[in-house]
Ligand binder design. Structure first.
Ligand code: NAP
Length: 242
């Protein structure tokens, strides 16, 4: 059967050096998964790993810039060499660039560069990682993919402003559905999650949730049982409208 124990599972978390990603690494390691903490800065990744080690948790650091296809190819090759494959992919790395853009990313002012830079990390990164990782998961007959999305990408409750971020997360939600439609095995699952408004560099100090709350649903989705859902969008372990 394809169900494995946690301690035999390999999980890659992008943007694991700080914020929600670091907390997802912590919670997955606490559950016994072998965590690969992706970080575009090797030294910041090692700093995060050292912090987790203080709580008795061991994670490996993988240098990974999700906006760079060569970096993805190198990270995957090194992961296959050292660990033989992958069971769990958490596409957590993300940027919110609209605050630095004209009129806070108003749709009437948004420029190509803000859109392109945002999409390179928030959409193409997850897409390229999924392309690289799904064959590895298919080979193992097991896979869990979690895409860190946002209520700001929810069509059902779409607002104005922050156009680049909103579009990138709506597209990430669509990517989640497309991948789910193409995965032909019940042993592979892909879901999107909104972590809520979380106190991180991105969320800011006024956010209402701590990182432990922000990471909870992503970790749940990363460790779903065989009869768990796929192709859905969650917050607080509850299904959201797209
Ligand atoms: P954060 O504190 O700003 O951390 C972002 C992480 O992504 C950092 O580790 C950063 O690495 C990494 N990253 C950015 N660009 C990258 C790239 N090209 N390659 C690899 N890593 C990259 O953000 P967060 O609040 O933890 O957010 C995590 C995810 O949750 C994001 O996808 C975000 O959109 C989503 N989210 C957050 C909130 C919230 O309230 N915080 C709400 C909804 C959704 P560096 O340190 O190298 O920059």
């Amino acid at each position: 059967m394809n169900e494995k124990t946690n301690d035999s599972k390999i999980a890659l978390v992008t943007g694991g050096n700080r914020g929600i990603g670091k907390e997802i690494c912590r919670q997955l390691a606490q559950k016994g998964l072998h965590v690969l903490l992706g970080s575009r800065s090797q030294s910041q990744g090692e700093q995060a790993a050292a912090e987790l080690a203080e709580s008795g948790l061991t994670v490996d650091v993988v240098t990974l810039d999700v906006s760079d296809k060569d970096s993805i190819a190198q990270a995957i090759a090194s992961m296959v060499k050292s660990h033989g494959g992958l069971d769990v992919l958490v596409n957590n790395a993300g940027v919110f660039l609209d605050n630095e853009a004209e009129a806070h990313g108003s749709v009437l002012h948004i420029q190509g560069k803000t859109l392109e830079d945002t999409f390179r990390t928030n959409l193409y990164g997850p897409l390229h990682l999924i392309q690289a990782c799904v064959p590895l998961m298919q080979a193992r007959g097991y896979g869990r993919i979690v895409n860190l999305s946002s209520g700001m990408g929810q069509l059902a409750h779409m607002g104005g402003g922050s156009t680049a971020y909103r579009l990138s997360k709506t597209a990430l939600n669509a990517l989640t559905r497309i991948v789910d439609a193409e995965l032909s095995s019940p042993h592979l699952k892909v879901n999107a999650v909104c972590p809520g408004w979380v106190k991180t560099d991105m969320g800011g100090d006024n956010a209402t949730r701590d990182v432990a709350q922000g990471a909870d649903t992503a970790v749940w989705l990363a460790t779903l049982a065989e009869d768990g859902p796929s192709g859905q969008f969650f917050r607080d372990r509850q299904v959201l409208d797209w």
